[in-house]
Design a protein around this ligand. Structure first.
Ligand SMILES: [Zn+2]
Length: 1111
């Protein structure tokens, strides 16, 4: 996703307000399984983004105006977000926990956890005998049973090439394969990133344009993507279906070792860069998927800061350049350099391969030997070694500019962050764990001192780029703020240093240490990786050491070092453990880089002008023949891109048959009962002694004008404290006794009803024995928190503004989609009020009001509480083993008895909408987000399961080919919300604007002209079923079931939809064409784009857009 850079997942610990987002609805049955885009962006996170990988495609999880999206983000963030991923290695060790675990934010799931630590008898897994391995060309290097993940792991070495293979066997049906190559770049032309995109564009055995897309369309994968780190490139796949899994493995292996892109310059041009000239009389422009992806990255200040920090902290090795590609440098890359890079590094001798799951370990080696035996050993393993950055003897300081909008108070837009490279040598596991622990103590929750002191200082709006990271060769630590005025830059630096000194001198509060310990242990036990396969999470942990020729087993075995660390804390006290770490690695470490970033309203247009002048020079240097040739080449590339693969070529990409697909949806055990008149849903599932609970309140009595205050109401509940407990104490209590609590609003249309579903959700989890504490704490949050802290509320507002602004730049497609939804239906309007552009406007007004009328705001927050809290209309949802479900009932009953019977105030009718009109939202950016949407139910269309197949097909063919491949955008997709009927088109990091709208408008004709054979159809059906049956951990199953209950989706209906999906025919496509024409005829368009592009669009199409300034 990655398109969505959810960047910040982990650090979300900050604040936790959930916003809107859109979620993939392509799964009729289980709509809610995937959270979408980011929600709680956390301002502080991610920005070390240059250490985070780039993903091959933007895995959009577009909306469905349904609930979940507006609910908490689960883990996707991490994965899908390139920026998130790079940051947190410690997490991977189980240490870092999602903020949610303690803080108020959405994620109730600690994502990084791993398998339970419970001791288990060593089960026996199929073994690969030494002889068998030898016969296949491998030697067994070592083998261990890893109790943390209940797996037997064997490290093999391919004798001929030296390729290393980790073969992990266990009972997990969600099998994972990954091949990882060390790919250190020497410059910022983005070679590794462009190659990562390109190798999946056809190979020796699979000579079609994009086998990757064929897999996206027609496999049951539970994960499929590729990512580029600063020093390595990963190609992972996952599936629960064994046949499907090996199909994916074969396509990936062939792609990595035998790609067509090294012979065919067209792929390089399409994915990397090329000059585009449609007519010799026009201007030349740059096009390319990676080129535009990176322009988007370089339009976001947090990202720019992250890249500068990364490069400045390691100027002497490969981390001193950008593996993703700087748009200024990408056009310097030649095809020959590109070919050479593949030859050099994409070799078995430089590869590490990971297999994980319940499949046959002998089969793994068999498949690999076929490929590896074709190669001789090479020296690539030596030439790809990553050099160590020597530590500086003096701190350095860097001042840079970033592109800012002209509006707003530029004086308050500086950013500053302080970064340390912690060590030249790799650290032992216990020190790493201790640093991860320290990170959580300093920054992990809103109550953590470093975070709290910085935010309360009022010196800046939000944290940026903060936390430990050990995913690259040398660990680092950063902390910084954005939204800082020029005069305060120095003060922020001083405050950071003073606070670190103070923490080293005084140590941490024992309740805080206990809360962090419990949070970390809970997350280890829960091992909740959300929709990210557990095997992939383990692979990324292991590879973080293995890639540097260290022990691949070690990162998986945290139990002993964690026990030892805990014992030390008990024996010596936490101060003796943590203070020396702060002193040694941070305070007394001269390898410190301070980065200051200043806003520059000229920079965006300057960069555009520079690019233009380079292109003008290029053109001026060309003869008429050259220009004619370039126009011809442009046309040739376009034709090639738009010509579909012949059916016989497509047939070579392996796919499943319909007979491989289960005929029934997965059912979640569900029992509906009641306690004192309140509806209670119970799901009896194995959860490793954890209880998951949701309490859902109705928003039906909330006054309209209070709606935009709801997200801040949620944050206030989590972060204001009660009469007896400060918010720090309250957060520590939650950390000590539970696995996390979060509160958030949730809205969705309900099919066939005018009234939307609008709820307020409290979500929490704890060990079964602590369920009573969990419900007591929920009660305390809901009923006892006092809305009296004006200063904290002010911070919430400024953090929210910073977060929304970041979202506008980074996820403009989400803002555009929310805006269109708000014009087309009531649920969309509600959601936009709480998380869209309207919300941002509200926040700006509110920021002034906090000073003028705090009394009024405080009593409005009280009024929200009175309108929401009531037993009437409440629903409780519980997921755990049956025996615990019964035990918990008493706690639930007590909780419910403490609630008022009915809400104050009468029922209100929700009927708001934004006026229907085409809007362009101006932001400083080099790439646009373009959307168009309409309600297809308004044409009389009645929902049929085929709609899911068709919309997926439109995304994967028509939009992929036109918007991404030939248009040059990083992503283009459509999304159908089956609850509201809204069908929307969206693009991501798009160099075009009107042209993209024209493509959307052509969709009906595309469908009418479509001629799909049975094989293509089968593929589309299987791919859709893959979405519907997406893999879920137990908490997600219980949550999905609750969502279906709230929206009135029955199991009978799911079965019927499934049958409709399975029997989708060409006729359905043609009929759908008529419905989708409504988007062209009556749809609304919303673009988030640069002023220049909006101006020219309005000139070309007589004021098509109403213009709105946003940044
Ligand atoms: Zn990419």
């Amino acid at each position: 996703f990655l398109l969505i850079r959810h960047k910040k997942e982990k650090k979300t610990r900050t604040l936790a307000v959930a916003f809107i987002i859109r979620q993939q609805q392509s799964s009729p049955g289980n709509i809610y399984s995937i959270p979408v885009a980011m929600l709680r962006t956390v301002s502080c996170s991610a920005s070390l983004s240059s250490s985070s990988p780039f993903f091959r495609f933007f895995r959009h999880f577009p909306r469905s105006s349904t609930a979940a999206l507006r609910g908490p983000s689960r883990n996707l963030g991490r994965i899908s977000s390139p920026s998130a991923a790079g940051r947190r290695v410690f997490l991977r060790r189980g240490l870092r926990v999602s903020s949610a675990a303690t803080a108020g934010g959405g994620g109730v799931n600690g994502q990084f956890s791993r398998f339970s630590v419970r001791a288990v008898a060593t089960p026996s897994y199929p073994d690969v005998g030494q002889d068998e391995a030898e016969k296949l060309g491998f030697e067994k290097v070592s083998e261990e049973f890893i109790s943390e993940c209940k797996s037997k792991a064997t490290l093999f070495k391919h004798k001929k090439t030296g390729c290393e293979v980790m073969s992990v066997s266990n009972e997990d049906e969600n099998k994972v394969f990954g091949i990882v190559l060390r790919t250190p770049p020497k410059d910022s032309t983005g070679i590794p990133h462009i190659l990562e995109h390109s190798v999946l564009c056809g190979s020796r055995k699979y000579p079609v344009k994009e086998p990757f897309v064929e897999l996206l369309k027609g496999s049951l994968h539970t994960f499929l993507n590729a990512f580029t780190y600063p020093d390595r490139t990963c190609y992972p796949v996952a599936s629960t279906n064994t046949k499907d899994f090996y199909n994916l493995v074969d396509v990936y292996l062939d792609a990595v070792f035998f790609p067509k892109c090294v012979e065919d310059v067209h792929t390089f041009q399409q994915e990397g860069w090329h000059y585009e000239l449609n007519d010799p009389s026009e201007d030349i422009s740059y096009k390319g998927v990676v080129f535009n992806e990176m322009k988007g990255v370089y339009s976001q200040p947090d990202n720019i800061l992250g890249r500068i920090a990364q490069q400045a902290i390691s100027p002497d090795n490969t981390y001193g350049v950008d593996s993703g590609g700087d748009p200024k440098d990408i056009p310097k890359l030649t095809f020959e350099e590109f070919q050479e890079f593949h030859r050099k590094y994409y070799h078995p001798s430089n590869a590490r391969i990971w297999f994980y799951g319940d499949d046959d370990p002998v089969q793994r080696l068999r498949v690999l030997s076929e490929y590896l035996d074709m190669f001789e050993a090479s020296s690539s393993r030596d030439t790809s070694k990553i050099e160590t950055q020597k530590l500086f003897s003096e701190p350095i300081r860097i001042v840079e500019k970033y592109p800012a909008g002209r509006d707003g108070d530029l004086k308050k837009k500086n950013m500053v962050c302080v970064n340390w490279l912690l060590s030249e040598k790799p650290l032992d596991l216990q020190t790493q764990l201790a640093l991860g622990f320290l990170d959580h103590l300093m920054l992990g929750t809103p109550a953590s001192p470093l975070r709290k002191i910085l935010l309360e200082s009022g010196l800046g709006e939000a944290l940026v780029s903060s936390g430990m990271s050990d995913e690259l060769l040398q660990p680092q630590f950063s902390v910084g703020m954005k939204g800082v005025s020029q005069d305060n830059v120095q003060k922020v630096e001083e405050l950071i240093m003073d606070t670190l000194k103070k923490l080293a001198e005084e140590g941490f509060d024992s309740d805080a240490v206990e809360a962090s310990t419990n949070t970390i242990e809970f997350s280890l036990r829960e091992n909740n990786t959300g929709s990210f396969p557990r095997g992939l999470s383990l692979m990324l942990q292991s590879i973080a050491k293995w890639i540097y020729d260290m022990d691949p087993f070690e990162p998986l075995k945290y139990t002993e070092p964690l026990k030892a660390l805990k014992a030390r804390i008990v024996e010596e006290g936490s101060k003796a453990v943590f203070s020396p770490l702060i002193e040694q690695f941070i305070l007394n470490n001269s390898h410190r880089v301070t980065i200051e970033m200043q806003p520059d309203p000229e920079k965006a247009s300057q960069e555009e002008a520079e690019e233009k002048s380079i292109l003008e020079k290029v053109k001026a240097g060309m003869t008429e023949e050259d220009l004619a040739e370039l126009a011809r080449a442009t046309e040739e590339l376009r034709l090639k891109q738009e010509t579909p693969d012949p059916p016989e070529a497509l047939r070579c990409v392996p796919s499943l048959n319909l007979s491989d697909i289960p005929k029934e949806p997965t059912y979640v055990p569900s029992e509906v009962g009641d306690i004192n008149g309140v509806e209670v849903l119970r799901h009896d599932l194995f959860t490793n002694d954890i209880v998951y609970a949701e309490v859902v309140f109705d928003m039906g009595s909330l006054k309209h004008e209070l709606l935009p205050l709801v997200p801040l109401f949620c944050q206030s509940l989590m972060e204001m404290g009660t009469k007896d407990l400060s918010f720090v104490q309250l957060n520590q209590l939650i950390g000590r006794k539970t696995g996390g609590i979060s509160v958030y609003p949730l809205t969705s249309s309900v099919r066939g009803k005018a009234e939307p579903c609008s709820k307020f959700v409290v979500r929490g989890k704890s060990m079964a024995g602590r369920a009573e504490d969990l419900f007591n704490l929920m009660n305390c949050l809901l009923q006892e928190v006092q809305f009296t802290d004006q200063q904290r509320f002010k911070q919430f507002v400024s953090q929210s503004i910073a977060r929304m602004e970041n979202r506008l730049r980074g996820s403009g497609h989400g803002i555009a989609a929310a805006r269109m939804d708000a014009m087309l239906n009531v649920a969309g309007w509600m959601s936009e009020q709480m998380g869209g552009l309207s919300y941002l406007e509200f926040l700006h007004t509110l920021a002034k009001k906090v000073d003028e009328d705090w009394e009024g705001i405080s009593s409005a927050l009280e009024e929200i509480r009175r309108s929401l809290l009531a037993r009437n209309g409440c629903v409780v949802n519980m997921t755990a083993d049956g025996k615990f479900l019964t035990n918990i009932e008493k706690s639930v009953e007590k909780f419910l008895n403490l609630l008022p019977e009915t809400p104050s105030g009468g029922l209100v009718t929700w009927d708001g909408r934004l006026p229907l009109r085409n809007e362009a939202i101006v932001i400083p950016t080099q790439v646009n987000y373009v959307g168009k949407a309409g309600n297809i139910y308004s044409t009389g269309y009645e929902l049929d399961g085929s709609a899911y197949v068709i919309s997926k097909h439109i995304s994967n063919t028509w939009l992929w080919d036109r918007v991404r491949v030939s248009g040059g955008a990083y992503g283009g997709f459509c999304d159908f919300d089956s609850h509201s009927g809204v069908f929307s088109f969206l693009s991501y990091r798009d160099p075009n604007l009107l042209k993209t709208l024209d493509i959307y408008d052509g969709t009906g004709d595309f469908l009418r002209g479509l001629d799909v054979d049975q094989e293509t159809l089968t593929k589309a059906i299987i791919g859709t079923i893959g979405d519907v049956d997406s893999y879920q951990l137990p908490d997600a199953k219980g949550y999905s079931s609750l969502m279906r209950h709230l929206l009135g989706v029955t199991d009978e209906e799911r079965q019927r939809k499934r049958e409709e999906i399975l029997t989708t025919s060409l006729k359905d496509f043609k009929e759908f064409a008529e419905a989708i024409d409504v988007v062209r005829e009556k749809g609304v368009a919303v673009a988030v784009a640069s002023a220049e592009d909006i101006d020219s669009a309005n000139q070309a199409r007589s004021n098509f857009f109403e213009v709105k300034k946003a940044l």
